[in-house]
Ligand binder design. Structure first.
Ligand code: ADP
Ligand code: MG
Length: 369
C-alpha cells in the first residue's frame, strides 16, 4: 500500500511533528522562521516542544482517533525520535505523507538490522553478532573476543541498554542485567576519535552534508562537539561519502545523523559506522549558531519539498551540552564572550537529562586559499 505522496508546502502550511522533546522544539522554531506552522504530537504533557507551537496533541501513540485528527490537521508529518511505534506510523502514513518514510524505522530501530544494512553497502562497522541467549553470547564472545559491548537491539539511547564485557566478567550476569532476548554483541572499537556527519537529502535526491564533527562523550552521553573535526581531508571525504551512500540507499528525505568511529589503520586511519539516527542529531546542534542554515531548517526544507541550503560555516565551533545540573550555570554561560545559550525549558534537571546547550563560535584561522 502506498500512501499519499509528498507535496511542496507553501508558507502558512502545517508540519506535524511526532515527539515533543528538544529536537521537536528546535524543528518547530526553525519552521516558524520560514513561515511554516507546526503541530506537535506527544504523550508527555511536559513536552518542551509544546511551549513553542500553537497546535499540540497530548495523546498516546496507540490513540488512533487522536492520530487521525492530527493527520487531518497537517500537510506533512515528520518525527524527532526514532522509536515511533510502527502501528502509529501506519495509521498516519495512510492519510498524510510521513517523511522520512517510516519504513526506514524498521532498519534504524534495530541495531542488528541497521548493521546488516550498512554492511551490505560495503561500509565497515564493528564486528558484531546476534545474541539471543547465554549460549549465543558465549559463541559471540568466542567469535569477536573481549572487550566487547553487549547492546539491546532496540530502544537504546545515551548508553542505556548496553554494557561492556571485559576479560574475567561473567557473561551470564551481563545477559541477565540486559533484561532482553534480542541483543547484539559488538567488538570493542579502539577508536582514535568519534565523529559524525549530519546529512540532508532532498526529495530530488540531492544530498548536502555539514562538515564532519568530532564528538566527546561522558558517561555515554554526548558532552562536546567540535566542528570541523580535526581529521585529514581524506577521512572527512570518506565520512561524507559514507553518510551520502546511506542516505541514498534509504531513499531518505530529511536530515539524518551518522555516528562513526575513526580507527587507526597502519600509518593512516579508516572510518567505521556506529549508528544511524533517522532525525536531526545532537552533534548537529552547532549548526544553529555556527552555520548559515541549521540542521533543523535543512530538515524542514527537505520535508517541505523546498531547495536544500548549501550551508556556510561561520568559524570553528564548539557545542557543549548542559546535562542535568550543568544547566544551573546558565547565568555564567550567558556572560561568556561569543557564546550562545539554548535552554530547552525542561522543569527538572535529572542526572543525564539534556537541559540545554551552549555554542561558541571562533573566527576560523584554518581557511584554505
Ligand atoms: N563497539 C564499540 N566500541 C567502542 N565504543 C563503543 C562501541 N559501541 C558504543 N561505544 C561507545 O558508547 C557510545 C554509545 O553507544 P551507541 O551505540 O552510540 O548507543 P546510543 O544509542 O546510546 O548512542 C558510543 O558513542 C561510544 O562512545
Ligand atoms: Mg550513539
Amino acid at each position: 500500500m502506498s500512501g499519499p505522496t509528498q507535496k511542496v508546502l507553501k508558507p502558512g502550511d502545517t508540519i506535524g511533528i511526532l515527539g515533543g522533546g528538544q529536537l521537536g522544539r528546535m524543528l518547530a522554531l526553525a519552521a516558524a522562521r520560514l513561515g511554516l506552522r507546526c503541530h506537535v504530537f506527544s504523550p508527555d504533557p511536559d513536552s518542551p516542544a509544546f511551549d513553542v507551537v500553537q497546535n499540540a496533541t497530548c495523546a498516546e501513540y496507540a490513540d488512533v482517533e487522536a492520530l487521525e485528527m492530527f493527520a487531518a490537521d497537517v500537510d506533512v508529518i515528520t518525527y524527532e525520535f526514532e522509536n515511533v511505534p510502527a502501528s502509529a506510523a501506519l495509521v498516519l502514513a495512510a492519510r498524510t505523507p510521513v517523511l522520512p518514510d517510516y519504513k526506514i524505522l524498521e532498519t534504524t530501530q534495530d541495531r542488528l538490522a541497521e548493521k546488516d544494512f550498512v554492511s551490505k553497502l560495503g561500509i565497515g562497522t564493528a564486528g558484531y553478532a546476534d545474541v539471543t541467549s547465554p549460549q549465543t553470547l558465549r559463541a559471540a564472545i568466542a567469535k569477536l573476543g573481549l572487550p566487547a559491548v553487549l547492546k539491546t537491539r532496540r530502544f537504546g539511547y545515551d548508553g542505556k541498554g548496553q554494557t561492556i564485557l571485559r576479560e574475567g566478567d561473567d557473561p551470564e550476569a551481563a545477559w541477565q542485567r540486559l533484561e532482553t532476548r534480542a541483543a547484539i554483541l559488538e567488538a570493542f572499537v579502539p577508536f582514535e576519535r568519534e565523529v559524525s556527519v549530519i546529512a540532508a537529502r532532498g526529495a530530488d535526491g540531492q544530498v548536502v552534508c555539514y562538515d564532519v564533527t568530532e564528538n566527546e562523550h561522558r558517561d555515554h552521553i554526548l558532552k562536546v562537539s567540535h566542528a570541523p573535526a580535526p581529521v585529514s581531508d581524506a577521512i572527512a571525504e570518506e565520512a561524507r561519502r559514507i553518510a551520502t551512500s546511506i542516505a541514498d540507499a534509504l531513499g531518505y528525505v530529511g536530515v539524518l545523523g551518522v555516528e562513526m568511529f575513526v580507527v587507526p589503520d597502519g600509518s593512516g586511519a579508516r572510518v567505521l559506522v556506529n549508528e544511524v539516527a533517522p532525525r536531526v542529531h545532537n552533534s548537529g546542534h552547532w549548526t544553529l549558531d555556527g552555520a548559515s542554515v541549521s540542521q533543523f531548517e535543512q530538515h524542514i526544507r527537505a520535508i517541505a519539498g523546498w531547495p536544500l541550503a548549501q550551508p556556510l560555516r561561520h568559524g570553528t565551533v564548539t557545542m557543549t551540552n548542559l546535562i542535568g545540573h550543568d544547566v544551573d550555570d546558565y547565568a555564567e554561560w550567558l556572560t561568556v564572550p561569543g557564546a550562545t545559550v539554548h535552554l530547552y525549558g525542561k522543569r527538572t534537571a535529572l542526572p543525564g537529562r539534556k537541559m540545554g546547550h551552549v555554542t561558541v563560535v571562533e573566527a576560523d584561522t584554518s581557511h584554505k586559499t
